[in-house]
Write a protein of this length. Structure first.
Length: 225
């Protein structure tokens, strides 16, 4: 009996935009420190790893020219195939984001690892075939006043350098920087970052079938015993 014919080979959808995920290696004491307490550093790292895995799972299925993790640290078992890894630059977060864009040619869309609930529908406007028609930038505001996504038709690191990061006005300052540069800016949905335990509970409820929700529920059930 002849062997069955191999099934179709799945290839990642292509598009004009480079997808970037800015991330830290999920090590205890290095990530999600605002989750401790109530979680231990090891538990917080487990949640960070699950959030990163969910995010990478999402971008693998989206149309992109390249899919890249801009990583502080080393890749681990959470990294799926088909995702490039480049090291983060030096300096503050504004400098590291600027360096990530500076390494791109053509349109680029950067997201973080703190919104594991992000889905294809949230990013679809910035990745559609007409995403850059009459548009210079895409901006994803975060509930805490920051931003979870930033897309630039022509990556210019100068648009990020000097923006104060991790403060309540980060998003407003960054968006104003884009507008003041004469760019046409379109907005993506407002999402909630996972910074605190309350954030984690809320985000887990929004994406109950993801790795993050499974990790969060497992940890909270264990703590209740």
């Amino acid at each position: 009996m002849s062997a069955p014919a191999p099934g179709p080979v799945r290839t990642a959808p292509t598009g004009p935009t480079t997808l970037l995920v800015i991330a830290k290696e999920p090590l205890p004491g290095r990530v999600k420190t605002r989750l401790t307490p109530p979680f231990s550093p090891t538990e917080a790292a487990r949640l960070a790893e699950a959030a990163l895995a969910d995010t990478l799972h999402t971008i693998r299925a989206l149309p992109a020219a390249r899919r890249v993790v801009v990583l502080e640290g080393r890749p681990g078992p959470w990294l799926p195939p088909g995702i490039e890894v480049v090291a983060q630059g030096a300096g503050g977060l504004d400098e590291r984001l600027a360096a990530a864009f500076a390494a791109c040619t053509g349109p680029a869309l950067l997201i973080g690892m703190d919104t594991p609930q992000v889905g294809a529908a949230d990013l679809a406007p910035a990745l559609s075939p007409t995403a850059w028609d009459g548009c210079d930038a895409w901006f994803g505001p975060a509930v805490d006043g920051g931003f979870w996504a930033l897309g630039l038709a022509e990556p210019d690191p100068g648009l990020l350098r000097g923006v104060p990061m991790s403060v309540p006005e980060t998003g407003a300052v960054q968006r104003r920087r884009l507008v003041d540069a004469g760019l046409c800016v379109r907005d993506l949905p407002r999402l909630r970052d996972v910074d605190t335990a309350a954030d984690a509970a809320h985000v887990a409820s929004l994406a109950p079938h993801g790795r993050f929700a499974a990790a969060f529920c497992g940890l909270t059930r264990a703590a209740a015993r």
